[in-house]
Write a protein that binds this ligand. Structure first.
Ligand code: ATP
Ligand code: MG
Length: 594
């Protein structure tokens, strides 16, 4: 294999990883056991994510541990202990009750990564309302669309975001009765139910008793990234905490005393499951940075906060690679013990870059909004095959199902056929893990369509090796059928990115009279390279030498602004629609580059 294997057993552990004997742990694992890592509400009154994340640590006498180390955009710093977070979220829950917001009603947040975002999330859950975070960079339409689907009753935001993005859409979201402003609100205090959050919190009691919470009570409403179409609203329940804790332990290898940094915004599921809950469930310290990506800033945070476990995304890894290793080498990054990434395929180059520059390989893992937690991962103690997303978490049963030419999965007498090792098919998971979504809000039919023969269909195409490692091939809709071959865009993009000139690549199939579809690549270049015909020919030859003529692109276009989601995923459907002159569809999550 071109990239070899990164062997782990030879490594001297700084801390013994939580998962060393993978097979033994998988064999003996049960979800009931996993649940015993949590306390449950006092008096056997059920399971509430916020109690597990915050209050139980206070009850155990650890209230003065630092829960959140916050870094403001312009250098401000705050530290929040578990006790402080517990009290302020209690007040938030009390304020919701004082406004007669009922259990099950939806509380949205449209906030930068500031402490009140975390307070709102926890307080909402304590009140048994459903928390739905929105990415603060959304424009008015995506906000209205999501508030409408979720019938949002409460929105927590800032004055500036409210004025720019919400004031103009209030009429289209009649269910929204309360707008709570974090910071100051300078206008008419009575304007359309808009109030200062601080005033409400000050008036609320310092303690809030969480009512009995059924683990199946809805807790979170998360919208998918909109990479393949209109974002869907996935509903998760309080039992998801079991999965957040379990994956924090095994996939992120969290240990007491860790300083953990998840770079994702809570507007995406990674930023709540791992940017709020998993680290708090483990009672460790998490870093929150309000600022945007900047290589020097990020390395500086790892250095100054002594981050030990870091969870980021391939797009960030590629941006760091683009910046050059000298920026990294100017910082002391030796606090890092474990680094992981999610959201898109992590190119083998990225894994190895981590090893060279951070001194640690990057551990790719796979999951999606619908699964609520990490499903397939590279683990701290296990070998890495760069380019593979790893193996299923203990308790997660994953398979590969054969699809016909129309993407259908054949069912015979209710039974489906798994693909033999090495063959491509759709990744499917056996339902039953606790953070599985319970529906797409307002689209029960689409939810039902996700299941076949007792499996949940993920929509992603993968391959599984003899050794149980899974390899991402592409999204079901993105796979290119050319002259009888099925080509995953990731493989082609990865090969192109091995060329020193290529920063990012997006690959699609375009109609071809002979082959059915032909592979076309769009690439953006690293600084210092010019989009010349000569370079184009060089890249065509480079790809052919790596992939063979059947898989290599027939055409390459230079595009400095590849369409990406705000969470950094290449939107191939947009490339394709533009190429074919078709409607581009929902663009609510498109990152504006200008
Ligand atoms: P939408 O469902 O709205 O099109 P989306 O699928 O991008 O958007 P998310 O739930 O945020 O929304 O992303 C999950 C998807 O991201 C996965 O189904 C998969 O396609 C991709 N993904 C996540 N992690 C990985 C990974 N490690 N390797 C490859 N692909 C990944
Ligand atoms: Mg999806």
């Amino acid at each position: 294999m071109r990239w070899g294997t990164i062997r782990k057993p030879s490594v001297a552990w700084r801390v013994t990883p939580n998962l060393v004997d993978y097979d033994a742990v998988c064999r003996s694992f049960t979800w009931d056991d996993a649940r015993t890592a949590l306390d449950g509400l006092p008096g056997g009154r059920g399971l509430n994510i916020a109690y597990e994340a915050v209050d139980r640590h206070v009850a155990a006498g650890n209230g003065d541990r630092v829960a959140v180390r916050w870094r403001g955009r312009h250098g401000a710093r705050e530290e929040w202990t578990y006790a402080q977070l517990s009290e302020r979220s209690d007040r938030f829950a009390g304020a919701l009750r004082a406004m007669s917001v009922q259990a099950g009603e939806r509380v949205f947040a449209l906030l930068p990564r500031i402490p009140d975002l975390y307070v709102a999330a926890l307080g909402t859950l304590k009140a048994r309302c459903v928390f739905s975070p929105l990415f603060a960079a959304f424009g008015p339409q995506p906000i209205a669309q999501r508030l409408h689907i979720g019938q949002g009753r409460v929105l927590v935001t800032t004055e500036s975001l409210y004025r720019r993005k919400v004031a103009g859409i209030r009429e289209s979201v009649p269910d929204l009765t309360h707008v709570l402003i974090s910071g100051t609100w300078s206008a008419d205090p009575a304007a359309a139910g808009v109030q200062e959050l601080e005033t409400l919190l000050n008036a609320a009691p310092t303690e809030f008793e969480i009512e009995p919470t059924d683990p199946e009570d809805p807790a979170l409403l998360h919208f998918t990234s909109g990479t393949t179409g209109t974002p869907k609203g996935a509903v998760h329940v309080h039992a998801a905490a079991v999965m957040h804790h379990h994956t924090g332990r095994y996939a992120l290898d969290l240990h007491p005393g860790d300083v953990f940094w998840c770079t994702a915004d809570p507007g995406w599921v990674t930023g709540t499951s791992y940017g709020i809950f998993a680290p708090l469930l483990h009672g460790i310290t998490m870093v929150v940075d309000e600022g945007e990506f900047d290589a020097d800033r990020w390395y500086g945070i790892i250095e100054s906060e002594r981050v030990s476990v870091w969870y980021t995304a391939p797009t960030a890894v590629r941006m760091l690679m683009k910046t050059g290793s000298d920026v990294a080498l100017a910082h002391d990054l030796t606090s890092l013990r474990f680094v992981a990434s999610v959201g898109e395929p992590l190119n083998p180059e990225g894994v190895l870059w981590g090893q060279e520059v951070l001194g640690l390989p990057i551990h790719d893992n796979w999951w999606q909004t619908e699964t609520g937690g990490i499903m397939i991962a590279n683990f701290a103690a296990l070998d890495i095959q760069p380019g593979s997303m790893g193996r299923p978490l203990p308790g997660v049963e994953a398979t590969v199902l054969l699809r016909d030419a129309h993407g259908r999965i054949a069912v015979h007498d209710g039974v489906v056929e798994p693909a033999p090792p090495g063959e491509e098919g759709e990744l499917a998971l056996r339902p039953g893990w606790p953070s599985m979504f319970r529906t797409y809000l307002g689209d029960e039919e689409r939810y039902r369509d996700c299941f076949v023969g007792g499996w949940y269909r993920t929509g992603d195409l993968v391959r599984r090796g003899d050794d149980g490692y899974f390899w991402f091939v592409g999204r079901g809709d993105d796979v290119i059928k050319s002259a009888g071959h099925l080509i995953g865009p990731f493989e082609v993009e990865s090969a192109l990115m091995e060329h020193p000139a290529v920063a990012e690549a997006g690959v699609i199939g375009v109609p071809d009279p002979v082959a059915g579809e032909a592979v076309k690549a769009f690439v953006s270049l690293h600084r210092g390279y010019q989009p010349t015909d000569e370079l184009r020919l060089e890249l065509l030859g480079f790809a052919r030498s790596r992939l063979g003529a059947a898989v290599a692109p027939k055409e390459i276009a230079f595009d400095p602004d590849l369409p990406m989601t705000k969470s950094g995923k290449i939107m191939r459907r947009v490339l394709k629609a533009r190429e074919l002159g078709l409607p581009v569809g929902d663009l609510s999550t498109l990152e504006e580059t200008s």
